[in-house]
Design a binder for this molecule. Structure first.
Ligand code: URP
Ligand code: ZN
Ligand code: ZN
Length: 477
């Protein structure tokens, strides 16, 4: 078994940081030692296969992106990253585990959808992966299938209050699924937007000739997110089902989460880098007279980008500091402009919804440390430790400690990262982050003891990543 020593670095866990050496034996962290320690009198360095000098660098647990959509059939096309390309891009960005969404659509069997996702992922991933289950049709069959989730290592499932006719569930269906989830201990993940009302607004806008991508964000007004978030919280409270709101972008939705959490309810929320950095005004671009050009399609996602003038982005950063939001995922759902996003030229409703960011989440969130919004420890907590705990992987993932998987990132805080479609590894013909010049750099990535990124080279292989059978959320008693 390969032994690796990472020496001279600053180990950062969510609970604290300090100078330490990390010994990885095979796939597992064997010891976290005072710098230069010997082990039972042996000089460790002479007993290992690989020594990585992390002087001046941060040694952090591998990132966990708990919200990705590889190969998702959506909007008349399919998300452009495969499990192979998407997990490789994740590795480049310091992410060593992902949780993707297996899909059940109305009229199909959950077990078939899950089997399809296992087939897509098995043998193709560069890093470890787990699944949440999308439930797109609540009926007797799917409710029965939920009983088998925990045995499959799937302890969370997603429902949609949006996308009527695609993934949408009505309140009665949500109630029934939540009743079942409360019985079993599953975490309900909710896409909280009022889909039926949004569809009416969107149709009215298009009928008035307001058909550019900018109007995607106008139709999906913050009231639609606030209202649905509140409704989901109340249904969760009524049924006793713990609730996790995905891709929160409206400050009013955060206020709903804070309100429920202050009551002591089991309600959690994630936001995504796009809602911290990008805005509706950016999407509009300079061409405000024309209400934006089709260029704005690059940033069409749901929930949508919000107005900076209204202060949503600042509020997201604040909520990450105060723990009104607990973690940051990407909602990685990439589409190319050519042949995919362009399906919506002349009608924003036909633009496939999604942004690709899996490669940049760790770096983009590190900017919160640079600007003083986050401590180093909170950064690690948001991108690794809380995702592990929230989704039943903590101890094995999300922490540098003996017994944990050897998932470690060596991060250079003095390094620099340039973001561009010309250099990224995601399967996209544009970058939502084109031209970003940011501090920090992912130097080395170790995944279950194997060095898969080093010195700007990919050393991993498809099939390195294994399925993670997750336990119940470790935030719930
Ligand atoms: O725009 C988005 N978010 N696309 C992916 C599907 C979803 O709702 O998460
Ligand atoms: Zn969603
Ligand atoms: Zn999503």
């Amino acid at each position: 078994m390969t032994k690796t020593l990472i020496k001279n670095g600053t180990v950062v866990n969510s609970t604290g940081s300090g100078a330490a050496d990390v010994l990885i034996d095979g796939e597992t962290i064997a010891a976290v030692l005072a710098p230069g320690s010997t082990l039972l009198g042996f000089d460790i360095e002479s007993k290992v296969d690989t020594v990585i000098d992390a002087k001046g660098k941060l040694v952090i647990p591998g990132g966990i992106d708990a919200h990705t959509h590889f190969e998702l059939p959506f909007g008349g096309t399919e998300a452009s990253d495969t499990f192979e390309s998407g997990t490789r891009a994740a590795a480049w960005g310091g992410t060593t585990s992902v949780i993707d969404f297996a899909v059940q659509t109305t009229g199909t069997k959950i077990q078939d959808g899950l089997a399809k996702w296992h087939a897509k992922a098995a043998g193709n991933c560069a890093i470890d992966y787990g699944f949440h289950q999308i439930i797109g049709g609540v009926d007797e069959d799917s409710l029965k299938a939920m009983s088998g989730f925990v045995d499959e290592g799937i302890t969370s499932y997603k429902m949609f209050m949006a996308y009527p006719g695609v993934f949408y569930s009505d309140d009665g269906q949500i109630l029934r699924a939540m009743q079942k989830a409360a019985d079993i201990g599953l975490l309900t993940m909710m896409h909280a937007e009022n889909g039926p009302a949004i569809d009416v607004l969107a149709a009215q806008l298009v009928a008035e000739g307001k058909n550019t991508p900018y109007y995607h964000g106008i139709a999906r007004a913050w009231q639609m997110e606030e209202e649905a978030t509140h409704r989901a919280i109340m249904l969760g409270n009524l049924t006793g089902a713990p609730l996790y709101i995905v891709h929160v972008s409206a400050k009013q939705a955060v206020e709903q989460l804070a309100w429920a959490r202050d009551k002591g309810w089991n309600v959690f929320g994630e936001t995504c880098p796009q809602y911290l950095y990008l805005s509706l005004e950016d999407q509009l671009g300079a061409d405000s007279k024309q209400w934006g050009t089709f260029e704005g399609a690059k940033w069409v996602c749901s929930t949508p980008l919000r107005s900076r003038e209204e202060g949503h982005q600042d509020h997201m950063w604040q909520a990450l500091r105060t723990n009104d939001l607990q973690m940051v995922s990407t909602d990685h759902c990439p589409f190319c402009m050519k042949g995919q996003k362009d399906l919506g030229i002349g009608d924003f409703r036909k633009i496939p919804n999604g942004i690709g960011s899996i490669e940049h989440r760790m770096d983009l969130m590190y900017q919160g440390v640079v600007t003083g919004e986050l401590t180093l420890e909170r950064w690690v907590e948001l991108v690794s430790t809380t995702p592990a705990r929230m989704f039943g992987m903590y101890g094995r993932k999300g922490v540098i400690q003996p017994g944990a998987d050897g998932d470690v990132v060596i991060y250079d805080p003095k390094g620099h990262t340039s973001i561009s479609a010309a250099t990224h590894h995601m399967n996209m013909d544009y970058s939502a982050w084109e031209g970003y010049e940011i501090d920090g750099h992912v130097d080395t990535v170790v995944s279950r003891g194997k060095v898969i990124i080093d010195d700007n080279a990919y050393l991993g292989a498809k099939g390195d990543g294994k399925y993670i059978k997750r336990g119940l959320s470790q935030y719930l008693i």
